[in-house]
Design a protein around this ligand. Structure first.
Ligand code: SF4
Length: 233
């Protein structure tokens, strides 16, 4: 499987995001899954996937610390597209142990604690959800983070041992929003309140005009630390 990545990238280099998805869904059939965070990019992908094949498995990670607006969007998206988005939760015993030992707001203390929280609440459930799959679809965009500059359309995901497909990797912020507006795709209302990137409530703030779009995520950390472990170069 790993050996096929560069062949696929060559084949798909001039294809649109929709065509990349079509090829991937046809190629990986019931061994492909889409992990949505309900962010703007992921809403674009949901709309495309539903057009191609509404039976593709879509899941999201509920860390237990999300915004109410995100839960509302989950509900709206399921109803609009008549789909079921599977919700994956962290292991309750692991969360209890972490909180008992490190505190409820451990992530503000230091990078290690923040990474531990992301690991327990996101990475472990993701690992479980991807088990047995050959490929997963993500909404990564190169432009969005300094840690994603080397990402390609298809990549071998060493951590999860499967192919990662990033159909929007070369899309710009403008392209995403033009597509959303044109197709009347539902999106998180927080985007209209200065939140370009939305994660957990305690770790996300609105950004000021002119600030980098990732400035509102883990704003107390250096840019090179700003990954949650789900996507690593
Ligand atoms: Fe925990 Fe914050 Fe990571 Fe969410 S984003 S899992 S609250 S550290």
């Amino acid at each position: 499987m790993k050996a096929l990545v560069s062949e696929y990238n060559d084949k798909l280099s001039s294809k649109s995001a929709f065509e990349i998805l079509e090829f991937s869904i046809r190629n990986f059939r019931d061994k492909i899954v889409f992990a949505t965070s309900l962010g703007a990019e992921d809403q674009v992908l949901t709309e495309m996937i539903v057009q191609i094949d509404p039976s593709v498995k879509i899941f999201t990670l509920d860390t237990g610390r999300l915004f109410q607006e995100t839960y509302d969007l989950l509900d709206i998206t399921e109803k609009k597209y008549r789909i079921k988005i599977e919700i994956c939760f962290p292991d309750a015993a692991r969360v209890e142990k972490m909180v008992r030992e490190k505190g409820i707001n451990l992530f503000y203390e230091n990078v290690e604690n923040r990474k531990l929280c992301c690991h327990v609440r996101k990475s472990e459930p993701l690992m479980k959800a991807l088990r047995g799959m050959d490929a997963w679809i993500t909404g990564l965009r190169r432009e969005k983070s300094v840690t994603r500059q080397n990402s390609e359309t298809m990549e071998w995901d060493e951590i999860h041992d499967l192919i990662k497909i990033n159909p929007l990797i070369s899309w710009t912020h403008q392209q995403v929003w033009d597509y959303i507006k044109e197709r009347k795709i539902p999106y998180n209302v927080l985007h209209d309140k200065g939140f370009p990137s939305i994660g957990c409530l305690p770790c996300t703030r609105a950004v000021l005009p002119g600030e980098d779009i990732r400035a509102g995520r883990w704003w107390w950390e250096l840019p090179e630390n700003k990954e949650c472990g789900l996507h690593q170069d």
